[in-house]
Design a protein around this ligand. Structure first.
Ligand SMILES: CC(C)(COP(=O)(O)OP(=O)(O)OC[C@H]1O[C@@H](n2cnc3c(N)ncnc32)[C@H](O)[C@@H]1OP(=O)(O)O)[C@@H](O)C(=O)NCCC(=O)NCCSC(=O)CCC(=O)O
Ligand SMILES: N[C@@H](CCO)C(=O)O
Length: 354
């Protein structure tokens, strides 16, 4: 929550010049204080559905302990779901119709599993673009994760993601490339983010279309960029919401796919994620899996409990800091009526007055 310049202390002006949000006493006394309403469009596969809820709810809730947040989960048609997942959705999620009727201040769109070569071939493509269309008109800011980023960029700018020669998978170091932008103001200038994707939209393609790149990795490419207006669409290619165990769960899935003959090669480790002790445990386990696959003995479970003790989470503080900046800015410009994106006087083409 922002500072109020309730005295003439020069520090307020200095901090304002450095990009800190500082409210004048007049603005502060006229601010309409209310809760924020944030949508979560969850399009992750069933096994990760509730973990994804926890991950984004946690980032929203943990990033700021003072403001009040209502998070509204919803989903779309066109995703393969079990009856159990649909039962969960019907019991606890809102419909997109309801969301549209009530309005949102901010919207998060999760990643998803890729099943086709081109995104427009996915059954969920049309429903997803309908959410994009509505959100760009009615929501103050939309934050897209991974596949949602690729889909939004394709839909709005006509740039198709590129299939990578190998899956980008692991925890990578990133640098803030635009330190002035309010989304990354006052945060660490270098931090980790996990990535898990087969595809990428490259920095040069983003910049060609006026997107502003804010955080990138020398190895893993762009993590964070914003739409040309500076704020209305926030693009994540990485997964700062991931838990410490998320990449381990994905690695275990790949090992099981190898065991069941669904992939030919034994999966590589996610990069910069397993320490040497875990690598030792997993290389012993690989010997066991290969022998079990050839019928020598029954498959034992991966020693997850032992592994988890060694896993560090090195990305969450920065993830919370970016979420705090994002939601703080949304709060400053959103309309008191949550169905409207901006307060009077906010320029939709440059909402942060950058
Ligand atoms: C890997 C799996 C299949 C693992 O799920 P499983 O059910 O097999 O796990 P399990 O070992 O049986 O353990 C179940 C317990 O772990 C929890 N759990 C499951 N997945 C988790 C995750 N990712 N992070 C944290 N916790 C997780 C469950 O809630 C449950 O907890 P409790 O027992 O406590 O309830 C899943 O996480 C998953 O589908 N992840 C993939 C996500 C994905 O597709 N990402 C792509 C997005 S990235 C993207 O957009 C791609 C774009 C591109 O490639 O270009
Ligand atoms: N943007 C509003 C807060 C939400 O009602 C204000 O600053 O007054």
């Amino acid at each position: 929550m922002p500072l109020v310049a309730h005295t003439a202390l020069p520090t307020f002006q200095r901090l304002r010049e450095e990009g800190e949000e500082i409210l004048s006493p007049d603005r502060a006394s006229h601010q309409s204080i209310r809760e924020l309403h944030i949508g979560l469009l969850n399009i992750m596969p069933d096994a990760a559905l509730e973990a994804t809820e926890r991950q984004f709810f946690r980032l929203v809730g943990a990033c700021n302990q003072i403001a009040q947040f209502h998070v509204h989960p919803f989903t779309i048609e066109g995703l393969e779901r079990s009856p159990e997942a649909w039962a969960h959705i019907h019991q606890y999620y809102e419909s997109f119709e309801q969301i549209k009727q009530d309005g949102l201040d901010a919207l998060i769109i999760s990643g998803a599993n890729v099943t086709h070569d081109h995104l427009q071939e996915e059954d969920f493509w049309k429903p997803l673009t309908e959410v994009f269309e509505w959100a760009t008109q009615n929501v103050t800011s939309v934050l897209c994760s991974c596949l949602a980023t690729h889909a939004f960029i394709q839909h709005c700018y006509g740039v198709e993601r590129t299939r990578l020669p190998a899956k980008r998978w692991g925890v990578f170091s990133h640098k803030v490339v635009d330190r002035q932008h309010p989304l990354v103001a006052e945060i660490n200038t270098r931090f980790d983010v996990p990535h898990s994707r087969f595809n990428e939209v490259f920095q040069r393609d983003m910049e060609k279309h006026g997107l502003k790149v804010l955080v990138a990795s020398e190895i893993a490419g762009v993590h964070l960029a914003v739409s040309p207006d500076g704020f209305r669409i926030v693009f994540f290619q990485g997964h700062p919401e991931y838990d410490d165990i998320s990449l381990l769960k994905e690695y275990k899935r790949e090992v099981l796919r190898f065991y069941h003959g669904e992939r030919d090669d034994y999966p590589p480790y996610p990069e910069h994620y397993f320490d040497s002790e875990v690598q030792r445990l997993l290389s012993d386990y690989a010997v066991h899996v290969k022998a079990a696959k050839h019928g020598a003995r029954p498959l034992k479970a991966m020693p997850e409990t032992q592994i988890i003790e060694h896993l560090d989470i090195t990305w969450r503080d920065s993830a919370k800091a970016v979420f705090n900046n994002w939601l703080g800015k949304v709060y400053q410009i959103t309309n008191e009526d949550r169905r409207l994106p901006f307060m009077d006087g906010i320029d939709p083409n440059n909402p942060l007055d950058l």
